[in-house]
Design a protein around this ligand. Structure first.
Ligand code: PLP
Length: 472
């Protein structure tokens, strides 16, 4: 046994941090030389590299809006097309989240109660994908920030926990939401179980039937799960009247949850992506990552994230964008989306509803139309991984040793039927269908909004109307 033991050095690039302490593999490193017993029976002495600073959980979220040269246009009331007032939102959200949604403060303190829960799995590891580099024979260095270590298996608890906390603080007893495959619903159910709130989830019918494991997880954490469309709401019943076997969609499920929240004073609605306060909460990812990269003396040349509603991409990239705006670094930042749901690359930047029934405030967004229903795709970080591999292969051609940083926002352990489909050769490559997109884009209420705004003669407030998004 002893003869197979050899000494090793903890090289800074192999260290990631967990809690307040730096770790190497499964070994906690102390500043003093530490004797540790390895699983093969060997003893090893491990010492922290000089100057290595352990990375903790950030104490503040970062609000990119404070640094944007053009502020995002305001959400509009869906009936009057006037900018929403905070009181328009209070049937749906607790006051603190409404405040955060409109905040222009650069940093917002993370409540101690939230930090205490974040510490269960944060800081998440920053890992160098050395074996992937080797496989691709690339001179590039590939790092991934791994959010799959959270209890729900994705980045979503980063916002579920503060959202439920602020609701609990205001004395709210029930929260409702929608979920597709179930990542968001299970994160919210997890957070509710910690703060003692009731959680009701409308899950897209097709996933409810085909992917039972996330539903079981939600129910295990105490949530009540309804297939959507359901007969509980007007929005659901309307859809079922037209199509009793409707497979449902996220847009329909949002309409159902929002309807229930709006009708019940003791019930609020939670959204798992898209909104400013969600992106704000997710910046813990990027703040940690900046420190972790600094600790190993690396600077990213390329940052890649997949975008559904944009929250894991924003969570990783926004703090780096701050550094970029400050002229400290200059990475290329890439958002990647599935060809089957190409809202950034084939959609329009316009005011649209967030749901199918048109009950939510209108937001200026990259949209394919509020009733666009994408073909079922797997909303996991596979798109980011694919783009990372392409980038690394490009580096192999050019010989550039770029540092590529990517967001690994979750694991697919509950999506094993998709793995089976892949193993059986039954995964089909979906791409966008031009006609379907054109039909749904025609329903974007842009014309209606513009006419109404012209009547209101509030041009000064909307002179950014029609502008492209902030250009990175
Ligand atoms: C929700 C989710 C996404 C898509 O949402 P974003 O807000 O764009 O991050 C992607 N991957 C995982 C694992 C998710 O849970």
């Amino acid at each position: 046994m002893a003869s197979s033991c050899s000494s090793f050095n903890a090289k800074p690039s192999t260290i990631f941090t967990k809690g307040e302490e730096p770790w190497l593999g499964g070994i906690s490193l102390k500043r003093k030389p530490t004797s540790v017993r390895l699983s093969n029976g060997c003893r090893a002495r491990a010492t922290l590299a000089a100057g290595f600073k352990p990375v903790g959980v950030p104490s503040q979220w970062y609000n990119l809006i404070a640094d944007l040269p053009v502020k995002p246009p305001p959400p509009l009331n869906p009936k009057t097309f006037q900018p929403v007032k905070p009181e328009d939102l209070s049937p749906l959200f607790p006051n603190e989240l409404i405040k955060q949604e409109a905040s222009t403060d650069r940093f917002i303190d993370i409540p101690e109660e939230v930090l205490d829960i974040y510490r269960l799995w944060r800081p998440t590891p920053l890992i160098r994908a050395k074996r992937l580099e080797k496989l691709l024979k690339t001179p590039a260095k590939i790092y991934y920030k791994y959010e799959g270590v959270s209890p729900a298996g994705s980045h979503k608890p980063n916002t579920a926990v503060p959202q439920v906390f602020y609701n609990a603080q205001q004395g709210i007893r029930n929260v409702v939401t929608e979920t597709g495959a179930g990542q968001w619903g299970s994160s919210l159910a997890f957070a509710c179980s910690l703060f003692g709130l009731n959680c009701e989830v409308w899950q897209v019918r097709a996933s409810y039937d085909q992917k039972p494991y996330r539903r079981m997880m939600m129910e295990t954490w105490g949530a009540k799960v309804h297939p959507s469309p359901s007969t509980i709401t007007d929005a659901g019943r309307k859809i079922l009247d037209m199509d009793p076997s409707s497979p449902g969609s996220l847009g329909i499920a949002i309409s159902e949850a929002v309807e229930v929240a709006a009708a019940n004073a003791d019930t609020k609605y939670c959204l798992g992506s898209v909104l400013n306060h969600v992106l704000l909460h997710q910046t813990v990812i990027g703040e940690e990552c900046i420190k972790q990269m600094e600790a190993i003396g690396e600077t990213p040349d390329v940052i890649i994230g997949c975008t559904g509603g944009g929250s894991n991409f924003a969570g990783l990239s926004f703090p780096f964008i701050r550094e970029k705006l400050n002229g400290k670094i200059n990475p290329v930042i890439k958002a990647v989306e599935p060809a089957a749901c190409p809202s950034l690359t084939k959609g329009v930047y316009a005011y649209d509803y967030g749901d199918t029934a048109g009950m939510t405030p209108l937001m200026k967004m990259h949209t394919l139309g509020h009733d666009f229903i994408p073909d079922p795709i797997h909303a996991e970080p596979t798109h980011a991984i694919a783009a990372t591999i392409r980038e690394a292969l490009h580096c192999r051609e050019t010989g550039e040793a770029k540092v590529i940083l990517t967001a690994m926002c979750g694991h697919g352990h509950f999506d094993l039927p998709a793995y089976e489909k892949y193993l059986q050769g039954n995964i089909v490559d979906l791409s966008f269908e031009e006609e379907k997109i054109q039909a749904s884009l025609a329903k974007v209420p842009q014309g209606k909004v513009e006419r109404s705004l012209a009547v209101q003669n509030k041009e000064s407030q909307f002179n950014s109307f029609g502008d492209g998004p902030f250009n990175l």
